[in-house]
Write a protein that binds this ligand. Sequence first.
Ligand code: BES
Ligand code: ZN
Ligand code: ZN
Length: 477
Amino acid sequence: MNTKLSLTRSLKNHLVVLSDDSNLDWADTYLTTGEISILADGLKNEVKSFVFPKVGQYIFIQILKEGEVPHKAKEDTRLAAAELLDTTEHYKIKSLTVINHAEKNHALDYIEGLVLGNYQFLKYFNDKDGKRNALQEVKLHNSCATKTEFHSLESVLEGTCKARDLVNEPHSYLNSVNYSKEVKAAGQEYGFKVKVLEKKEIEKLGMGGLLSVNQGSFVPPTFNIMEWKPKNAKNKQPVILVGKGVMFDTGGVSLKPTKNSMDYMKCDMGGAAAVTGTMIAIAKAELPVYVIALVGATDNRPGNDAYVPGDVVKTLSGITVEVLNTDAEGRMTLADSLHYAKQYNPELVLDFATLTGAAAYCIGPEGICYMGNADSKIKYKMEQSGMKTYERLVEFPMWKEYGETIKSDIADIKNLGGPYAGHITAGKFLEHFTDYPWLHFDIAGPAYMHKKTGYKTKEGTGVGVRLTYDFLSNYLG
Ligand code: BES
Ligand code: ZN
Ligand code: ZN
């Protein structure tokens, strides 16, 4: 995470004061009578942000409105924070302190918008200093949050930024083997357990789904198991997070047909990034939940021995799959991870995958298509977390008619459905490999941005981390 965070008692730094438009009693602490009248006049004209230059200090005032839509104010606050970044860059401000004087305290949301909007991935620039944003440090005045609340925010932001890093890493570095190195290093740093199964073990287990996709690659697959099991865990059976870890998706021999669509396929491990980032966040925050994350990692290439349409693959579960399009590879790898999860007798399994173009067409970057059989209470809590974090969820039906489209004449099922609702037929495929409460999140739309939008920087967004962290924070609570 490239923005340093801390709590402070001091008000000597450049300041962002959050206020609403109803009460300016706080203003004479910072502003002269003349400045207060400028502020009051501005409010009459619905001005929302102000800058007052003082001696050696800028005072930025941000007016927040609650509005009627639940949780919209949180998002508006994050967006307002991201907008301030143009100004901090303009004035070359290195460090800022945020203080709240509004009736409803949105200081944490504001910090979230600042840190996420200020995110940068500079690893591959020679002139890193020249490229670096001015803002390096954000402080929160200690009247605005408890240490625990602040640490919780810091944890989820760290997880989100790491997830963005993982998506932004080009495939020239982040193949399956280096992904496993990253996971091991994260486990060491944040205190969760990591076990990586190598190709030999994957073969011995019979993970035919993962192995078939890997056939066209020079780099062996890895199967990554992360575990966070604190002594004070509220749940005895784990919650399992499964991530699609296709490190690069060429489509295989069914090479990607759509113009330019391969250009950003390093993002096809967005699910793996989401679950890795979530493990980092929950371990750093020491959340009292028992969570396991599983990622089968490989790239999908049309190399020498690549799997081809017409092949029949025996997955870890024993279920056989007729391959009709090698670009529908995510479901092949997830089939094995979802089956592997059964041995833990999980309470709930959540999978995250950049699985289908259909999901991306359906909802764009604005939300996540989700589906599954978990009970309505879990779905409700998930949707609430979706609104709070603005990683919004839309549920799709898993009607059995959709399942008819993946029947095969030669094997138990095929990896290709009919001409429509591709995200649902992909979900129906995955359902074959589950026997527990489960939700599937197709993040193909929001995992990767083609341009900066608000606090979502270009490329990896880290989607899934804030959603899942919020859900797990309230889990059984
Ligand atoms: N990785 C893609 C899905 C994707 C699309 C991710 C856009 C991110 C952005 C996936 O493996 C894929 O190629 N799916 C195919 C499946 C089809 C061949 C059944 C698709 O959706 O077109
Ligand atoms: Zn594909
Ligand atoms: Zn893919």
